[in-house]
Design a protein around this ligand. Sequence first.
Ligand SMILES: [Zn+2]
Length: 196
Amino acid sequence: MNRLKLLLSICAVVFLFSQISVAQNQVERVLLNKVERITNDEFRFDTETSKGVRVYSVKKPSSKMLKAIDDGLTQLFTIARKHKYSKRLNYSDYTIFIAKADRTKDSTKQYSPDIAVSAAQYAGSIYDQGGYIYAAGMVVAFNPCAFIIAEHTKDFQRVSNVVSYEGEHIVLYHNDRQLYNKTADHSKGGGHPILQ
Ligand SMILES: [Zn+2]
């Protein structure tokens, strides 16, 4: 648990959208372009999990990846309901991008597929790798609810955890803005899970 918490203690939140008023498919296209620019990846595959999460990916996603995504959101929604949250607790509210992993092992040689993202608020911190950081996941939009994770070929429990942890930021944004503000930036301390 400690190791897991440490591994996932950083992730990045980027504001691309706060208010969206254009047609849904146009939103998806704009979002896709932004994510392609952030990751330098091309998301050729567009699919849906069995519970209805929209998934864009670089490679054809494995059934284990898709199931891990559903499981992660199930985990999140269960905890969120315990806190009496009600907004954005539908699988179809979420769009998840599966990017190419920019590394598959962390500095301690543990399997840890992560994406490299611009350091932004982590610049100069211990996470800073020289202008970028490795993140397990990254929130890219709140309307629609969207985030990026890295492709895994094993340890699918980690995928579920990353999904539920990135989703935490989004659920908090819509249900408890104060707690969201306090926990969005991990460079000031604190990691996941935020909700117990
Ligand atoms: Zn986070």
